[in-house]
Design a protein around this ligand. Sequence first.
Ligand code: PLP
Length: 375
Amino acid sequence: MNLETLAIQVTRFHDANASAVTTPIYLSTTYERDSEGNLPKGFLYARGNNPNRDLLEKSIAVLEGGAVGFAFGSGMAAIAALFQALKPGDHVITTPFAYYAAQRLLVDVFEPWGLEFTLVDTSSIEEVEKAIRPNTKLFWLETPSNPLLHLTDVAALARLAHSVGAMCAVDNTWATPVLQNPIALGADVVMHSTTKYFGGHSDVLGGALVLAQEGELSLKLRQIQNLTGGIPSPFDCWLITRGIQTMPLRVKTQSASALPIAQWLEQHPAVERVYYPGLESHAQHELAVSQMKNGFGGMLSFEVKGGLPGAKKVAGALKVFTQATSLGGVESLIEPRKIYEGPDSPTPDGLLRVSVGLEHTQDLINDLEQALAQA
Ligand code: PLP
C-alpha cells in the first residue's frame, strides 16, 4: 500500500458505539472491569494507555516500518525516555549538529545522572569510530540536522553501532517517514517531535519513539512511559493522528516548494550560503539522493551577508513568512537561529532557518526578494 493510503487507513478504527467515521476522543482516565475483574479492552488507566494513544502509537510504528511505537508529551520527553532507558555509566555518541536542546539535555540532566557522551561530527565515520568506547551503548543521530542540514549515513553508522554492540537511534523529525525510513536503513530506534510535520498545524506538542523490534528496550520504555507519565493527552493524540492523514501530501508539497526556493536563494547576491540537501552544491547531496526519497524536505537554512544584524533585518521585513520558532506547520516560518542556540552553538550568526509551508512557492520567493532587497 502507498503511504498516502496507509496514512489514512492506519489512523482510523471502527467505532462500535456509533459507527462514527472519524475516531472519537476518549477522555476517560479510567476503564471499567467486568464482573470477573478483567479489563475487556485491555485499557486500565490513561497514564498507562488509552484508545487514542494506542491508535497513534500503532500508526507511527506502521509508517516507520517498526514493531512498536511510544507516544510522549513532547519530542524532548521522547528523547529523555530513550536516554533514561540506558544505565548510568553508559556512553552515547552524538553530534554537535543535532537539535541544541538534545545536547543541553545530555549536559544538564543526563551527565549529572551518570551518562557519558561524546560529540563528534557523525558525517565522518572515522570520527565516530575514534569516539567508540567499551561502554558505548547508543549512537544518537539526527539527519538532516537542525539547523545546518548536516547528513549522516544511517546505514553505515547502524552497521558500525551493531559491530560494537550499540544501538543506533535517529531523530527523523525533519525528514518524516515520507522522505526517509531509518529502520529500513538499519536503525534500531526512530524518534520524532510529532509537534512538527506529524501534527502539521503548529497547534499540538508531541513526541514519539519507534523500535525496529520488541524486546528488552520496549519493555523498559513502556515502564518509563507509565512510571514517569510524560504522555500526551487524548486530544493531543487525536490531533496528531489527524495530522498524519495529510502528512504525506503536506511534506511532498513542502519539499517540492523548498527546492526552487533554495535554488533561487543560492543565486541571490545578498545570500552568503544556502544549506539544503536537495542542492547539488550540498556536500552530501549524493547521500541525500541515496538515503532520502520523495524530495529533500521542507526545511532549509541560509546565511545572509551582514551577520546577525543582516539576518534580523531580513526576518523582520518579511510579510508572508512569520518570524517564529518551530517548524513543520502549514504556514512558512523563519528565524535567526543563533540567538536561541547560544554562543556555544556551531550555527553561524547570520543564519536564518526556514520552514517552508503550504503557501504558493512564488509568493514565498516574492516575499524573500522584497525582504532581501532591504538587507
Ligand atoms: N528534534 C528536533 C530535530 C527538533 O527540531 C525539535 C524541536 O524543534 C525537537 C527534537 C524537540 O521537540 P519538541 O519541541 O516537540 O520537544
